[in-house]
Design a protein around this ligand. Sequence first.
Ligand code: ASP
Length: 426
Amino acid sequence: MSVTSRSEKRTIPAHTKILGGLILGAAAGITANLTLGSGNLQGFVANVTEPVGRMWLSALIMIVIPLILATLSLGVVGLGDLRTLGRIGLLTILGFLLLTVLSTSLGLFAMNVFQPGGGLDPAVRDKLMVAYKDEAKGAMGLATGKFGIDMFVKIIPRNPIQAMANGEMLAVIFMALMLGVAMMLIPREKAEPMVRFMESLSQIVVAIIHLVMRVAPIGVFCLVFSVTARFGYELLIQLLKYVVVVVGTMALFEFGVYPLVLKFIARRSPLEFFRKIRVVIITAFSTSSSNATLPTSMRVAEEELGLRREVSAFVLPLGATMNMNGTALFEGATVLFLAQVFGVQLPLQAQLIVVVMSVLMAVGTAGVPSGSIPLLMMVLAVVGVPPEGIAIILGVDRILDMCRTVLNVSGDLVTAAVVQRFEKRQ
Ligand code: ASP
């Protein structure tokens, strides 16, 4: 073998390896599940693949707080004045809001058209309600105190160190914004040492991201294997119509709505955009966590999409916490599905309440696996659908979570591209 061909072999692109991890993980997991049965795989998954996958996930989450602190404060300094910050802020929130309302409405529309809840066998419904009763109760417990005025009060941390330790994203974002604004306001020579420290920290964090992503194929393999090996495929068949409608609508949003926004508003080639963000898509899909995907999307935004740090450092952390288009779509669709299952009529007015609540709940959802379930139960309760009915879909939620997280992070990158375009014009 020649030297060239050997070195060519060594340089398989990183995203191809990660995609390989995803495909192999899914193929191995499904095969193992179908041949050995999910029960027999329990020990292997719990002691081998799941811990390895979780270690990779933790390594990604480990860098989120220093990443936000360094890049966001530097981004604000880079903007140079408060008016630009205000303009970017407004544009970002507007973009988030429009996309979220659109995605929720599309979810509701699809459920109204296809009515998958009407055809669900009542025997299956009762069986699922019993099987996932405890999980539903647990999620209900988590819902208390998750959403309310306190959520807004807590954006300003009393103790920033504690906020960082608790991973309170909005509070950390607020702290980083304040740091950046203050560094911008004080005389340049006084701010210089801190700016240089933050610059050094941000480069160190990026180097860590590169290291952690080197083992991504293994992490992705383990996470996807764990889900597919444990999954109850009979359940998927019983809820097939619901799953197909939800995933189909999500696919329409990802590959129909986002490309339109990219082409006509951000003025970018959608194909190229999606090609460049495929690592982000795979990471979101396998981790089911917007927070864990944030380091990768920040890196891709700067290195691949060429987005300015001032824009990506502001839009992406905020988006990982506030902009959840996939989650909002799933919430709207699931409320309607469960209303159909329980025979609860939801007239247009009630559906408008579902849209508003789903948007608010999506903002309040933490970017972690199944972060939206407790809040979704609150929406169900408000519109008069039994919240414990969530048990019906819990068994298939992980698969839906993987898909909605892809939409959540793609939406952040799309918004960042839109903001960049308007900022350039300024
Ligand atoms: N897993 C989602 C995310 O991190 C949140 C959710 O919908 O449960 O974006």
